[in-house]
Every structure is written in structure tokens, then in C-alpha cells.
Write a protein that binds this ligand. Sequence first.
Ligand code: ZN
Ligand code: ZN
Length: 274
Amino acid sequence: MTVWICATCAVEYADTAEPPSSCPICSDERQYVPASGQRWTTLPELSAAGHRTQLSEVEPGLYGITVEPQVGIGQRALLVQTPGGNLLWDPVGFVDRAAVDRINGLGGLAGIAASHPHMFGVQVEWSRAFGGVPVYVAEADKEWLGRTDEAVRFWSGTHEPLPGLTFVQAGGHFRGSAVAHWPAGAEGRGVLLSGDTIAPAVDRRWVTFMRSYPNSIPLSQGAVEQIVGRLEPYAYDRLYGNFAGVVEIDAKAAVRRSADRYIGWIRGDFDADT
Ligand SMILES: [Zn+2]
Ligand SMILES: [Zn+2]
């Protein structure tokens, strides 16, 4: 049996003799199937093609993990260190011995979580590489799980996988879209790992909110207000998206300011400028 990895999104599917007929995540309106059609790959094939993990420090207690050359949509996974153990956020769609050795040198893994289904990667493979550590999945996005495992734990609302780290189901991009709040980050001013729920803009003072980034499908005023409202109780100064985007300082104010601008535009407040 083979674990199949979608070549476009790098999400794993159950070990079956034949690959699935399609990838539900890529067939959905938020993603895409490339013009060349659905293609599947496997970990041995990716390894033979020369893909390797890279790990580097992002800030004290936070490490970024990427795959070179890129696999799938090329997200950067984040490893957060807490006194109770390390959490891997938005796992990439490839894992190798070097990553396992480096992470073991940093204290191993106590859990794995994706912000939303686009970022599931090979989360069960990552869990197995670390002795079956829990894989946290938002209950609301259960239907997107292409590979189940006894390590999977469902959660809803808010969840504290480790002391000093809280998942918040902010919704928007997916019903279960989550962010991770890490209060010890940014020298104690607080960090939000925002996935695709809140995406840092190219202008680092701003963020945005979308149902689909590749297909440019917006969210409503209500959905944007919901995201901002659910994060209101949390203090944070810095925000990391799931690529290299970051709002370095004053991130909470940037989120509020960006939500106000976004809502103003979809409401028609600035139509005189169009
Ligand atoms: Zn896919
Ligand atoms: Zn996404």
C-alpha cells in the first residue's frame, strides 16, 4: 500500500493500492487542479527527486521548516517551543530523516496541527516519525481529512494542546480555520500563527482575509467581523502567515485597521474612487 500525496497541494491520502480519483481539496473552489491535470506523488518519489527539508530559526523559540525544491503550495511549517514540548504547525508535505534529527535536537514533538485543510501536508507521516504524537484537527473540517489515524484528535472552539499555546477557531477561510496564539512569542508581547485565516499583505502594516487566495474569492463583512471578534480576547504584537509573510509589530492594530478597510471596500464606502 502507498500513501498518496497530491502533487498540487501536498496533502496526504490514505494508503491504498491506487491513488484517489481526485483530490477534494484541489477540486474545491478555494484551490485548483493545474491545466496538466491531477497528479499524485509519494514520499519515496519526492526523496528520489532530491527534495529536502530546511530548518531555520525565525525568532527565539520559533523555527521555520520548508522543503527545497518546493513541494505542493510551498508553505512554511512552524515549530513552536514551549516548556511543555514543541508543536509543529502547518506541517509540510514531505518529511525526511534530517528534519526528524534536527527537531529531536530541539526537544522533539509533542503535537501537530494544521491551521486548515490546505495545510494538512503529510501530518500523519510527521506524527508517525515522532512516535504517534497527536494530530489536532478542527472538528468542523473533519470532512476534508483524506487520511485518518489513531493519532488524530478533534477539537472545536478553543483548545490548549500545550500550556502556553491556544488554538482559536476563527473560521472564515474554512469553517474550522484556526490560529495559534503563543503569548511567550515576540519577547513576551505575543504572537499569532495565523495560517490563511489572516494573511499578511506585502505591505507589512496590513493583512487580508479571503475565502480563496489563488482564486480571489472574498469574505463577507460578517465573516471578517467574526474572525476579528474571536481574536479580540488575545494579546499579540506579531503575526506570521503560512508562507514567509509577517506583521512584525503592532499586529493586533493592523488586523483591526485592515478589517475596517476591507469592510469599507466591500460595503461600497469608497465607490467614488472606482
Ligand atoms: Zn490537492
Ligand atoms: Zn488556504
